[in-house]
Design a protein around this ligand. Structure first.
Ligand SMILES: NC(=O)c1ccc[n+]([C@@H]2O[C@H](COP(=O)([O-])OP(=O)(O)OC[C@H]3O[C@@H](n4cnc5c(N)ncnc54)[C@H](OP(=O)(O)O)[C@@H]3O)[C@@H](O)[C@H]2O)c1
Length: 327
């Protein structure tokens, strides 16, 4: 399988490192970052490429671009791991459309194009008889989409509840356990690199809302946008609220909720008993799926991280390369 990779930041670098270590049979024929690109139909030496990226900050020839890779490199599968633009989905949306139109499979960790254009991209993939997979867009290393699309196919899913944002979960954990104020906990999260310099998307619940849109549209066949999700973030939460919850042996978590068959799509801080399976600590994510046959299933794991996200991407790549799917 010949693979082109767009984006060599945290996720792209982690992915290529794990391909070198564990799956050297995968051939990388194209790579690109924001300032350069490389194409080699016989396969790029990934170890040298990673060293070059580390030393110089660029992965290839500055006269080439990601678009050159998408349109000129020979590849069977495009991995799209450039930054998310939740407003336009670009540049990923354009890259993904082009690759699917050329008859290549696409795997992405980029929430923007999936949340905004899933139906169009899914139809384009079907029309060209290729796969479009995006496991890494929701809950990082937790293979939640695959479980619902394949392993639970015989079940009816009656509800889904999830802790979908590690930054918020870290802040809430620290407020509850150390008595920190929201501002103190956010400052700590920033220092540790868990929160962006501008944490708006995370703390206002927008990032979790985008993940809920992806789940609703791709798993529950809805056709919703972020405007259909009722969103309350954690930015206005007081330490008093957490203390009050503590008195009832409860705590607060930012919970995403989908109840199929209703129009309930909600992200909000919820008071839940401390022994509830969704009360995970630190930057962990957790998702509980209620089903008619299997009962309640809870999945807990890392929602972000270079290698953890690469795990989900690699799972999609290998699933496709083994010829197991065209969905
Ligand atoms: N990090 C995580 O844990 C995680 C988890 C789940 C999902 N995601 C998603 O995965 C994607 C990648 O995340 P990341 O953390 O790896 O981001 P990142 O560290 O910011 O890396 C982004 C990469 O994309 C490159 N890039 C930027 N604009 C580009 C363009 N127009 N064309 C081609 N390449 C371009 C950057 O180039 P330079 O190297 O030249 O700057 C960089 O290599 C994002 O959509 C993110 O939301 C990340």
């Amino acid at each position: 399988m010949r693979i082109a990779v767009l984006g060599l930041g945290s996720v792209g670098y982690g992915l290529l490192s794990s391909i070198v270590d564990k799956h050297p049979n995968l051939t990388i024929t194209g790579v690109a970052d924001s300032k350069s690109a490389g194409i080699n139909p016989d396969g790029i030496d990934i170890t040298s490429l990673l060293a070059q990226k580390k030393e110089t900050g660029i992965c290839g020839d500055p006269s080439l671009t990601a678009r050159d890779v998408v349109t000129h490199a020979p590849y069977d599968l495009l991995v799209e791991v450039t930054p998310t633009d939740a407003g336009t989905g670009e540049p990923a949306y354009g890259y993904i459309k082009e690759a699917l139109s050329r008859g290549a499979h696409v795997v992405t960790s980029n929430k923007g194009p999936v949340a905004l254009y899933y139906n169009e991209l899914h139809e384009l993939a079907q029309k060209n008889n290729v796969s479009f997979r995006y496991e890494a867009t929701v809950a990082g290393a937790i293979p939640i989409l695959h479980v619902m699309q394949h392993d639970l196919l015989g079940n009816t899913i009656t509800a889904l509840y999830g802790v979908l944002n590690g930054t918020c979960n870290y802040i809430l954990t620290r407020m509850a356990e150390e008595g920190l104020t929201y501002t103190q906990a956010l400052a700590e999260a920033r220092e540790l690199g868990y929160a962006e310099a501008d944490p708006t998307y995370d703390v206002k619940g927008i990032d979790a809302g985008i993940k809920l849109v992806i789940l609703a549209n791709t798993i529950f066949q809805k056709n919703i946008t972020l405007n259909d999700v009722s969103i309350t973030g954690i930015d206005l939460l007081t330490d008093d609220a957490l203390r009050l919850a503590e008195h009832q042996d409860c705590t607060i978590r930012l919970i995403g909720e989908i109840v199929p068959g209703t129009d309930l799509f909600r992200i909000s801080p919820r008071i839940i008993p401390k022994n509830h399976p969704l009360v995970v600590k630190g930057t962990l994510n957790a998702i509980t799926i209620s089903t008619d046959m299997a009962g309640d299933l809870t999945f807990i794991g890392k929602g972000a991280g270079s290698i953890e996200t690469a795990s989900a991407i690699l799972g999609d790549i290998l699933y496709i390369s083994q010829g197991k799917c065209m969905d």
